[in-house]
Design a protein around this ligand. Sequence first.
Ligand SMILES: Cc1cc2nc3c(=O)[nH]c(=O)nc-3n(C[C@H](O)[C@H](O)[C@H](O)COP(=O)(O)O)c2cc1C
Length: 374
Amino acid sequence: MNFRSLFSPLQVGPCRLSHRVVMAPLTRMRADGSSFAPRTLNAEYYRQRATPGGLIIAEASPVMAAGRGNPATPGIYSEQQINGWRDVVDAVHAKGGLIFLQLWHVGRVSHSSYQPGGVLPVAPSAVPIAGLTTMTASGKPAPYETPRVLETGEISDVIEGFRQGARNAQQCGFDGVEIHGANGYLIEQFLQSHTNLRTDRYGGSIANRARFLMEITQAVIEVWGADRVGVRLSPYGVANGSGEADPMPLYTHVIQSLDRLGLAYLHFIEPRSSGAGRAEVNHQNVPSAMVLFRPIWRGVLITAGGFTGETAEAAIAAGHADAISFGRIFISNPDLPQRLQHGYPLTPYNRATFYGGEEVGYTDYPVHGEMERA
Ligand SMILES: Cc1cc2nc3c(=O)[nH]c(=O)nc-3n(C[C@H](O)[C@H](O)[C@H](O)COP(=O)(O)O)c2cc1C
């Protein structure tokens, strides 16, 4: 197949992409386990996946300690973390690559064992995640706790946390930032009606539920300028207890509101792959986010979800998206753009090594033509 669209250049804000095979943000839980700073190993992992003019969106990174919910996820709120990320960015830039950082707060998808002082995690409302278990910081399975409700006056502190995270990312030399508004984390908890039962100006109407995301986006734009800020959403997603009963009016409002800001891009997770971080999924009879929402988004649209080179090419050629981000197959194919371009076979990924550990399943996947390791 001729991948003419996938391997054509794309302007994303001031960044000139040489191709449209984007590396999706991927939590790998391999930062330093006590400082949560990226290590040399992490820089090597990103270096391997960088291509000249290729865009990497680095893994979700909590903007404050209270935003954590997993072991060894890299933060973006301390000097040591900033220094660690700077090495990652330098390694990617040395190969001519581009790299954005995904800014994160998990909200109720946490556990008191991750929280400073062992307090309860925060959320828009006191609604726990039902039917799923988490792992405590010491690795024990546990039910999710009922989160503590953020008081109206505290919400601005969280927004300021995103602003500071954005500033810190700038200090590292990133090319831009992406706000994580997907997958059931704090921003999505505010957006969706079953997790947001508030009666203040951050709850109730769709405009009120969207206010938290819009204020965060505004704060981050004030740091970076709109054309270096992306937002990720997962309409029709079912990850981490998310799921809006009637997503269409909510996401129509959110996307139209974001559209007016002139952002670098909007980034979706296609509903068919929602929850791919937890288990292999292929949801049937679900809508396509890019097909549904492309007509109301005038900027650059990136989407992810079980794409192959062929389906990515077809989606771009049809005008449904401008670029495709790849998650799982970028884990196991550090040279994914070259493999797709030349039709080389792909190395299968090993889910057992997605989260945590050292180089195995992280930096030891071969590039095409290298001896596969036993
Ligand atoms: C191991 C793993 C970690 C992930 N971590 C993140 C993350 O940090 N932020 C995010 O927005 N999505 C995350 N996702 C979702 C991916 O970015 C992507 O949208 C999803 O895997 C679907 O794309 P794929 O079918 O190409 O893997 C993760 C997925 C996996 C498999």
